[in-house]
Every structure is written in C-alpha cells, then in structure tokens.
Design a protein around this ligand. Structure first.
Ligand code: CTP
Ligand code: MG
Length: 228
C-alpha cells in the first residue's frame, strides 16, 4: 500500500528552550529531522515526503546529510504559524485525491516500521487510523492545585503519530476546521470533530516526541538501543 507523508517541521521548539528549531538538535551525530526523514525515505511504500518548513530555515533543510534517493522524495512547502496550518499547507500540495496520507511529527525520530505496518494494515478497512499507547500514570484533573477528578485510566491512551487518513477525509476536516476557526492539537481531533470515526492501533512507548530538554537524554538512550 503506497502512501505520502506530511512531516510538519516548521515549529520553533519553545518548550525545548534551545533558542532555535529543536529539529536541528543532534542526537549522537544526526539532527533529529534527519533521523525522522530516514525512516520514511527508506520505506519503499512512501512515494513522497511533504515537508512544511519556515522559509528562513530553507538553507538548513536543503543541506541535510541524506542520500539522493531520499532527497528526491522531499517536497518543501511553506510552514504555518500553527502546526495545523503547516499540515494544511502540506495537504494543499497533494494533487492526487486518491492518496493515502500519513501525518508524522518531525520531532518523533523513533517511529518504527512495525508501527507504520500496523497503521497501513488497518487503513485497508478504515478512513482514519492513529497509533497510541495506554497511559501508565494515573491521570487527575487539577484546578488551582486541587484535584477535581481522577479519570478512569483504563480508557486513557497517549496519542502519537503517524496518523493516517484518506486524502478526502483529512482535507474535508482541515477545510471545515479552518473555516470554523477550530484548532486541534492533532489531525485526528479535526477528523473526530468533523464526525468521522478514528481507529486506534498500538503505538510504541519509544516513539517519543522530543519536546523538552529531559527528552534528549531519553532520545540518546533509545537511539543507542536502535543501533544495537
Ligand atoms: N510544527 C510545524 N509548524 C508549527 C508548529 C509546529 O510544522 N507552526 C511541527 C514541529 O516542527 C514538530 C511538530 O509540528 O515537528 C510537533 O510540534 P511540537 O512538538 O509542538 O514542536 P514545536 O511547536 O516546535 O515545539 P513547541 O510547541 O515547544 O514550541
Ligand atoms: Mg508546538
């Protein structure tokens, strides 16, 4: 099953606090975005990588150390001021309305082929499939440092990317959300909001989103483990 992947990469990494786009930070010797691009670049089912970036960072992305066969798959598009807008710009560049579209955070370099396989396999049956892991911590709702509610953990999942959609399903959700001014924190939330069903498969606890400084320690450990 062939697919295109949109990898939003136009963030500023404010929670990382590095003072520049966190995707440029190196884990061992490779920038985070390079590791993410390699996973999809090396997957033969992936026919195109659409990369929303800030125009001012163009130079960096153009000079990544990637083999030519991966570089040839990349289409650069303009990023937006919100992640949602960056993904929408990516979608806008797709001309084939029969495409299967994956959306994956540039900041998740440890996505595995197994996770991609599980998602693609369920896309035979569904129009929207995401990956997630069961929550390990007890989750409480807290207001003004006081517990308001303890939520039943057995129904709680931590959602990751990739998230897969038929082009039509994702485009309609993005168009309507933009018109209505609805902002979601992931793409599936727009699809849910638009009334479509979203199916969940198991993700991977190692498929972390590198978000804060602490995550860099975990990232190096996970990377070591992957290299064997
Ligand atoms: N992203 C994007 N366009 C934006 C904001 C985010 O393409 N306007 C991308 C990021 O580059 C990242 C992914 O969306 O690969 C997930 O976002 P997040 O982890 O929140 O990254 P940042 O927005 O860069 O970080 P922060 O929220 O801490 O500023
Ligand atoms: Mg962000």
């Amino acid at each position: 099953m062939q697919y295109k992947v949109i990898i939003p990469a136009a963030g500023s990494g404010s929670r990382m606090g590095a003072g520049f786009n966190k995707l440029f930070i190196k884990i061992m010797n490779s920038p985070i975005i390079e590791l993410t691009l390699k996973v999809f670049g090396e997957d033969e089912r992936c026919t195109e990588i659409i990369l929303p970036i800030k125009e001012s960072e163009n130079q960096f992305f153009e000079t990544l150390n990637l083999p030519n066969f991966i570089k040839q798959k990349i289409t650069f598009v303009k990023g937006g001021s919100e992640r949602q807008e960056s993904v929408y710009n990516g979608l806008d560049s797709i001309k084939d309305s029969e495409s299967l579209v994956l959306v994956h955070d540039g900041a998740r370099p440890f996505v595995t082929n197994s996770v991609i396989n599980r998602i693609l396999s369920e896309m035979e049956e569904h129009e929207a499939v995401i990956c997630a892991v069961p929550m390990k911590d007890t989750i409480k709702k807290v207001v003004n440092q006081e517990v308001v509610e303890t939520i039943d953990r057995s129904t709680l999942w931590g959602v990751q990317t990739p998230q897969a959609f038929t082009y039509k399903c994702l485009l309609e959700a993005h168009q309507k959300a933009t018109q209505a001014g609805y902002l979601g924190t992931d793409d599936a939330s727009l699809v849910e909001w638009n009334g479509s069903k979203v199916f969940v498969v198991n993700g991977d606890y190692n498929n972390i989103k590198v978000t804060t400084k602490e995550d860099l320690f975990f990232a190096e450990t996970i990377y070591e483990q992957y290299r064997g």
